[in-house]
Design a protein around this ligand. Sequence first.
Ligand SMILES: CC(C)(COP(=O)(O)OP(=O)(O)OC[C@H]1O[C@@H](n2cnc3c(N)ncnc32)[C@H](O)[C@@H]1OP(=O)(O)O)[C@@H](O)C(=O)NCCC(=O)NCCS
Length: 181
Amino acid sequence: MIINKSRTKIKPLQDEDIPLFAQWLNKEYIYKWLCPDGEEQKEAWLDEVNNKSGKYDFLKHFIVYHNDKKIGYCLYADCFYLKDLEEEGHDFEDLYGDVTEKNQTYEIGYLIGEEEYLSKGIGKLIIQLLEEEIIGLGGHEIAADPSEENVISIKALLSNGFKKKGDGDYRKRITIKITEQ
Ligand SMILES: CC(C)(COP(=O)(O)OP(=O)(O)OC[C@H]1O[C@@H](n2cnc3c(N)ncnc32)[C@H](O)[C@@H]1OP(=O)(O)O)[C@@H](O)C(=O)NCCC(=O)NCCS
């Protein structure tokens, strides 16, 4: 299978995608990183994606497509709002206490739900696609909080120019080059 960037797209997650997302979360190689605290954490993810109350409007969820096939999920969230989110096993205030303004730093998250698409460079592409979205919003920094044991995710971040700020805290400053036409 040949993967190229133009065949890989992200589109906003729709309600009809939630069962597929739940199925992906249940896969062992995903669950161990996204739900290390167990079922309550899985329920929290589903609650956030469902966003029935509108409380999680600042979380922007996407489905990753390759040639129109749904193969993964990703999100970004403005850390200004994220730092007030209380979640099992996560201290966002500790991580993003330095974020004092809206539209400054965005956290990203991602997964590939279909195993045959793993280790083909798509993880790195997803990070680039999220970066393009965040540039479009005028954000200045991207953040990710992988577990230090999640070597593949950390490699994908480092390959995309992220730098380690601390354990489980990786950041990338957005620098936009303006070229003369
Ligand atoms: C993290 C994830 C999205 C990475 O996507 P991917 O498409 O499999 O990874 P890529 O092919 O883009 O490779 C990323 C880096 O990891 C390396 N890598 C990929 N598969 C690997 C493997 N099985 N073993 C070791 N390194 C591997 C690649 O060489 C690349 O590093 P490099 O740029 O230094 O060469 C994917 O593994 C996944 O969905 N994992 C489960 C969910 C998860 O952990 N999400 C992140 C939470 S923070």
